[in-house]
Design a protein around this ligand. Structure first.
Ligand code: GLN
Length: 490
């Protein structure tokens, strides 16, 4: 069965009308993964047996007329930093390469209760640190649109898998852009919700005040439905939001954007922005204007300092969060040592990759008593400023639009030697996490060489519904073909 372009709605209707069984459907996805994932390399763990078992259960329950959950029979795949009871969860690190969690993350619990079918766990940059997926300790995932290029990061496996049609939707996490950036590079809708919308319980922590789980899909409707399935209060996450969750995004997104206001921040369109990205984004904005939105340029001076503040705050939090991996309490343990100190040092040196070590050192440095005031405290003050600037922007605008990434998807190896060049790819995404607001990356078109480009729609706290309206309107207007021809491209 050809599953390459199915939406969630197609799946729900197909199961309801008995056009196919869930076992047939899941077999279709597994066949596709077996055929193409040799080249793309998005899965770290494939759960063939348990996925087919679950599909069989869904079929039996449908046949018995039993009531099923919100995600009944829908195949999903998850970034490998979300704990799955009984399924290996590695964070793409040698440190956790054989870790099998004894519990489910909050979202996994919700997905299981919703009767989703978990296909497996997806590759990522180690501990979610990176923008290309090249920091995985295991292998490098490729971009389905061009196998010589990166899918973006850190949720590169989640993006590549959704784009390649290995699952109708996938889940990732976003600390500074890790959903939006790979969504843009792979031609997908990528949703980073308001901080606190999705439980972080069981999400392996990177920067706890920034981390948020979100969704990937080829269509706004799929990505929004996938969010609806996992959002909501979780008493096990103290930063989880208690109430005010919108539902039925699929209906509200279709009400149009007439009269809604768009702000274009001048500073997000300056030096360093690839001309083809700029043109594509501005063209998308003019299409939204044609549908009745009002567009205005304004100043939001946060791009340069935002990047510095992000790398200070996220590394500081990472240095603390990753302190637990010492070969004693958690994680990989070295084999030869003669003292406790040597055990810890060797386990950490051998277990972590270069980028993770770089962040731990940077974080430890900015938190040290001599430099705390100069770096960490300054970054925290800047954080307040970013929040205020966004607040005043959202008094005037329903969404603020920018490119998602300043560059086109780059080649494997192109930026690995220069971490700073890699960090620049996050220029437009990091401030969203610093403020805790929601943002969506939506495909806006392709470069002349056929590489996907995305625009970023930012919104006020809890304004996901409005952002989906803009995303859906643009998608309808552009009607892009977002199914890559895997196997036929170079
Ligand atoms: N690329 C950014 C980083 O390396 C963002 C990562 C993320 O959002 N997880 O930190």
């Amino acid at each position: 069965m050809d599953v390459s372009a199915l939406s969630i709605k197609d799946i729900q209707l197909g199961l309801q009308q008995k056009k196919f069984s869930d076992v047939e459907l899941v077999k279709g996805y597994l066949d596709r993964i077996r055929k193409y994932d040799k080249d793309i390399q998005s899965f770290i763990t494939l759960c063939e047996e348990t996925a087919l078992e679950k599909a069989g259960e869904v079929d039996r329950r449908i046949a018995n007329g039993e009531e099923l959950g919100f995600m009944a029979g829908v195949p999903v795949a998850l970034k490998d930093n979300m704990c799955t009871n009984g399924i290996k969860t590695t964070c793409a690190s040698k440190m956790l390469s054989d870790f099998v969690p004894p519990y489910d993350a909050g979202i996994v619990e919700k997905l299981r209760q919703g009767d989703a079918v978990i296909l497996g766990k997806l590759n990522m940059d180690e501990f979610a640190m990176g923008s290309s997926n090249e920091n995985s300790a295991f292998f490098k995932t490729k971009n389905p649109w061009d196998l010589e290029r990166v899918p973006g990061g850190s949720s590169g496996g989640s993006a590549a898998a959704a784009s390649a049609g290995f699952a109708p939707i996938t889940y990732g996490s976003d600390t500074g852009g890790s959903i939006r950036m790979p969504a843009s590079f792979c031609g997908l809708v990528g949703v980073k919700p308001t901080y606190g919308t999705v439980s972080r319980y069981g999400l392996i922590a990177f920067g706890s005040s920034l981390d948020q789980i979100g969704t990937f899909g080829r269509r706004t409707e799929d990505a929004a439905y996938a969010l609806e399935a996992i959002q909501g209060f979780d008493p096990k996450d103290s930063t989880s939001l208690q109430k005010g969750y919108a539902t039925d995004y699929a209906t509200s997104m279709k009400s149009g954007i007439k009269g809604l206001k768009i702000g274009i921040p001048r500073e997000f369109f300056q030096e360093g922005l690839h001309p083809e990205v700029k043109d594509s984004v501005l063209k998308a904005v003019s299409l939204l204007e044609r549908q009745g939105a009002l567009v205005e340029e304004f100043s939001l001076p946060i791009t340069d300092s935002g990047l510095s503040a992000y790398y200070i705050i996220s590394s500081a939090e990472a240095s603390s969060n990753l302190g637990r991996y010492d070969g004693v309490r958690y994680g990989y343990r070295t084999t030869e040592f003669s003292s406790y100190e040597e055990l810890v040092i060797k386990s950490r040196t051998e277990g972590f990759g270069d980028e993770v070590k770089r962040r731990i050192m940077l974080g430890t440095y900015v938190l040290s008593s001599g430099y705390y005031e100069a770096y960490y405290k300054k970054a925290m003050l800047f954080r307040q400023k970013v929040k205020k600037l966004y607040q005043s922007a959202f008094e005037k605008y329903d969404t603020v639009i920018s490119p998602t990434v300043p560059v086109l998807p780059f080649k494997l190896g192109e930026k690995t030697a220069d971490p700073l060049a890699m960090y620049l790819a996050d220029t437009y995404t990091v401030n969203v996490n610093i403020a805790g607001i929601p943002a969506i990356s939506v495909p806006s078109g392709f470069s002349q060489t056929g590489l996907p480009i995305g625009i970023q729609l930012m919104g006020n706290y809890r304004s996901e519904e409005t952002l989906f309206k803009f995303a859906y309107s643009l998608e309808q207007e552009l009607a892009l073909d977002l199914v890559p021809k895997i196997g036929e491209v170079k």
